[in-house]
Design a protein around this ligand. Sequence first.
Ligand SMILES: C[S@@+](CC[C@H](N)C(=O)[O-])C[C@H]1O[C@@H](n2cnc3c(N)ncnc32)[C@H](O)[C@@H]1O
Length: 270
Amino acid sequence: MERPAWAPQGIDISVPSVSRIYDYYLGGSHNFEVDREAAREAMRFMPGLPKVMQANRAFMRRAVRFAVDEGITQFLDIGSGIPTFGNVHEVAQSANPEARVLYVDHDPVAVAHSHAVLEGNGRAGIAAADLRKPQDILSAAEDSQLLDPSRPVALLLVAVLHFVEDQDDPYTAVATLRDALAPGSLLVLTHAAYEGIPLSEEEAGGTVGVYRNIKNPLVMRSREEVTGFFDGFEVLEPGVVSMPLWRPEGEADQEDPYAFSGFAGVGRKA
Ligand SMILES: C[S@@+](CC[C@H](N)C(=O)[O-])C[C@H]1O[C@@H](n2cnc3c(N)ncnc32)[C@H](O)[C@@H]1O
């Protein structure tokens, strides 16, 4: 397989990656045939997967605008993915040009492409780090000098916690990050769940199997388990809900039954 110029040296382009599969669902061009095959296989079980991803992105943009309206000027976006239309820095900086964004991902393609997209933007950066090692993320944030830890930050964990298995202790990772945040900081998250998917659990389970096969298991969690990530935060209205129901801005937000898969929420640290 030929390696395109944007693919960093050292990555195995014969193994599908979560970020490149997601890029494919969103209509991006930073993916390989192995990724497209895995994505198509997952869509055999859940044909509406791209709609889920679009609802996820739409929620994220609304939540970023909400954070800016709340006076937040700093964003830490973990599991940020391959940059695509309507990235956090674009939404935040168009609402407030002073907004600063640190992206974090452990996928080399996401990191390389983010570097390319952010070149020349003095208020946004990318760090390669793993959510399972939250101390590494805090060190990277300090090194970046982009975020002032004494002031509130919006911590985005959007469509990433469902890739952290229980054995890797996702609740402790979130708590470690929370403890480093100033009061008034926000936690913005989405999470995959069987709830809301317009299919039986058995049918939707085929998609989970595809991610298991590519050694990036997708962990479905219940509303209660997802709400548990907000420990130490006050969950803001309307609570932990389907993505289109979180402060919708227009009818288009509520168009497709697949968009109601999984959960979204925003919490504030006291
Ligand atoms: C489905 S994408 C979500 C991208 C973006 N947050 C969004 O919602 O549009 C998940 C991203 O999380 C990243 N990811 C998965 N596990 C991670 C981990 N343990 N640490 C850092 N990033 C991770 C993947 O590489 C991928 O880019």
